[in-house]
Design a protein around this ligand. Structure first.
Ligand SMILES: Cc1cc2nc3c(=O)[nH]c(=O)nc-3n(C[C@H](O)[C@H](O)[C@H](O)COP(=O)(O)OP(=O)(O)OC[C@H]3O[C@@H](n4cnc5c(N)ncnc54)[C@H](O)[C@@H]3O)c2cc1C
Length: 410
């Protein structure tokens, strides 16, 4: 009799895993269970509907540095199957991809439906049984078989079980997995933007839409610094530097109820002494200019005017009238602008859950549970999450590939 694999979760990891199982061993019977009436929902809305499917980072070691949690595990896993292998695989199935200047990769159509449609059609062609409206309520383990109990449907007895049911915001509430007694790492949201406090918000909202190419965010009292473009929004700040810091500081911020002071440098890497030198030289060359028109750095004029005002300087005054006290205040606001984080807002283009299944329970090469043979897990249910840029999908493809290889080897 053909061996039966049940994959729980009709998302990115579940589909890719089911497909690879059939590709590697066509005589396996693969059933994919999805609790809702729609598969691949997250993938469809991903990347603002464009699906940022992976990142053009083909060095496995460098690729793993984009994961605040799971980097060590993934560094090994990417050796087995990284971004390059995934790109080759999907292109060999006729899906054309394009790479944006920042390295993010999308289907050439700029439409996530291209990917979702491909997965669903290919799964059908391979004979994978996709059962929608099939929420797994309970798993029972009897020797080396799993009884999968689904709402209002007959039980399924599986030889192999793959957990691919996505991120879990509260592990204590995943009742259907409780009988397996898994170890979980506490969850926290990742990839969000920082709301401003009520004094700053009205001022920043006037600057909404302004972006700075090379900003730096530093958490007060911490050594961590995050560099990259920064965007001012109606409610606070966003952009790669902020999203990256929300990922690395996910647990830290959760513990502080999303209240903490950060210092923003609007000019990124430029050190204090260098900033002073550039500003003094520029000001001495333009001593008769109005301060608001004397911008020596790569920052928008409106932001410069805002920083001048925040430094209690009259923006219409001539440069030569600037006191050394005001000069120093301006330097402070340029490189250590104090910003009190006051809550968070979900970044609509991508968000994930940090935390999940503790990786120490898994065999590195296969994502099989060491203590429960024939039980596997992949995707966001694991304690793995990446920064924005296609890294979260890549972790799903990689871990799902490991599972597919692991099962077929058995
Ligand atoms: C708005 C948004 C945009 C994103 N954009 C990107 C992007 O562009 N690039 C990127 O790399 N990442 C992106 N991500 C992150 C990425 O979507 C996830 O990391 C990825 O989808 C995880 O795949 P998964 O299969 O593990 O989980 P999911 O895609 O969440 O799939 C899990 C599935 O399991 C089902 N399920 C859960 N419990 C059960 C149960 N008991 N029984 C049966 N089925 C169950 C769920 O209904 C769901 O369909 C985005 C996330 C969001 C929210």
């Amino acid at each position: 009799m053909n061996r039966l694999v049940v994959v729980v979760g009709g998302g990115a990891a579940g589909f890719y895993c089911a497909i690879r199982l059939k590709e590697l061993q066509n005589n396996l019977h693969v059933v994919l269970l999805e609790k809702t009436n729609k598969t691949l929902s997250k993938l469809r809305v991903s990347g603002g509907g464009r699906c940022n499917i992976t990142h053009n980072c083909f060095d496995y070691s460098r690729l793993s540095t984009h994961y605040p949690r799971g980097a060590k595990f993934l560094k090994k896993a990417f050796r087995q199957f990284g971004a390059q292998e995934f790109v080759e695989w999907i292109q060999s199935h006729g899906i054309q991809l394009k790479t944006e200047p920042d390295g993010r990769m999308f289907p050439i159509t700029d439409n996530s439906e291209t990917i979702a449609g491909f997965y669903e059609n290919y799964a059908r062609k391979l004979g994978i049984e996709v059962l929608r409206n099939s929420s797994v309520n309970l798993i029972e383990q009897n020797k080396d078989l799993f009884t999968v109990k689904i709402n209002e449907q007959p039980d399924i007895i599986a030889n192999f079980l793959v957990l691919a049911s996505g991120g879990v915001s509260d592990p204590t509430k995943v009742s259907w997995l409780q009988s397996l007694k898994l170890d979980w790492i506490e969850s926290s949201p990742s990839l969000f933007t920082f709301n401003a406090n009520k004094e700053l918000k009205p001022k920043l909202s006037l600057l909404s839409g302004i972006s700075v190419p090379n900003a730096k965010v530093k958490f007060v009292g911490q050594k961590d610094e995050f560099k990259g473009p920064l965007l001012i929004t109606h409610w606070g700040i966003s952009g790669p530097a902020v999203l990256k810091s929300s990922a690395w500081m996910s647990r830290f911020l959760k513990e502080r109820n999303y209240q903490h002071e950060i210092l923003i440098s609007w000019i990124g890497e430029i050190k204090e002494e260098e900033t002073k030198r550039i500003l003094s030289e520029f000001f001495s060359l333009h001593s008769k200019k109005k301060i608001e028109n004397a911008v020596p750095f790569d920052i928008p004029n409106r932001l410069w005017t805002f920083l001048i005002t925040q430094s209690q300087i009259d923006s219409n005054a001539q440069v030569q009238t600037l006191s050394s006290k005001n000069f120093n205040r301006l330097i402070e606001n340029l490189i250590r602008f104090p910003y009190q984080i006051n809550g968070k807002t979900t970044f609509k283009e991508e968000f994930v859950t940090a935390g999940g299944i503790d990786l120490s329970q898994l065999v590195d090469e296969t994502c099989e549970f060491k203590a429960i043979p024939n039980l596997f897990a992949c995707g966001e249910i694991l304690d793995i999450d990446g920064i924005t840029g296609g890294f979260n999908f890549q972790a799903a493809w990689t871990t799902a590939e490991l599972v597919a290889q692991g099962i077929t080897k058995k």
